[in-house]
Design a protein. Structure first.
Length: 228
């Protein structure tokens, strides 16, 4: 599959699994899930600002059929805009956020269930994309140089390989994450762990800003051939 087509698939796939990834991978650093009321899953989210236009879809917690997202507001639309969306997987209410420029904004949503309304919010940190890794190896193959322009690339992945990453600049590596878009299952690993990459569709490195620990982002290698 050509790089352009793979990255197009990756973009859509990332939208589908973004919130699950953030909550699962970042929960250990203080991002807490909301209560049992319907609303946003996390209190802080970070987004890369790329040269190409991107947006991310956030799954909402505890929503069910009949719930309506009646209000969506970004406190600084110059940094990021927000709008109501429909979940790719379930058709339930979801949130879409599009980064515009570097900075911070607060996104607030209101969900209506019957006669009751539920309000929740999260801080969104938009960071200009610059490759945060000095090295990203799957087995003996190096991918860091392929992440110069965008936070994702693609390749054929197979077998069990050691995955290691070394950050640079203001970043530090906090872990690895794999995801399978078909099974919708993910798993986190410690840096340097041997992983059966032949059974996943994505291998990600999670990085955290040394200057602001709330800023956590990721870069990815997507498997060229979908796994089941």
């Amino acid at each position: 599959m050509k790089e352009g087509k793979v990255l197009s698939v990756l973009k859509k796939s990332l939208l589908i699994m973004l919130t699950a990834f953030l909550v699962f991978a970042f929960s250990s650093t203080g991002a807490k899930a909301a209560s049992k009321n319907p609303g946003l899953l996390i209190k802080d989210s970070s987004m890369w600002l790329e040269s190409r236009k991107t947006s991310s879809q956030y799954t909402l917690a505890n929503v069910k059929k009949g719930d309506r997202l009646i209000k969506v507001k970004s406190s600084n639309k110059k940094v990021a805009t927000a709008e109501a969306a429909e979940s790719y997987d379930t058709g339930l209410p979801a949130l879409r956020v599009t980064p515009k420029k570097v900075g911070n904004t607060k996104v607030t949503i209101v969900i209506k269930r019957g006669t009751k309304t539920y309000t929740s919010s999260m801080n969104v940190h938009v960071v200009k994309y610059k490759n945060p890794l000095k090295s990203f190896k799957i087995g003996s193959k190096e991918y860091a140089s392929r992440l110069a322009e965008h936070p994702n690339t693609s390749d054929t992945l197979s077998g069990k390989e050691k995955v290691t990453a070394v950050a640079k600049g203001e970043w530090k590596v906090t872990g690895l994450y794999t995801y399978n878009y078909n099974t919708k299952k993910g798993k986190s690993y410690k840096n340097g762990k041997a992983i059966n990459v032949g059974k996943v569709t994505q291998v990600s490195v999670i990085v955290q800003s040394k200057k602001n620990p709330k800023i956590q982002l990721s870069v990815h290698v997507l498997a060229s051939s979908p796994r089941s």
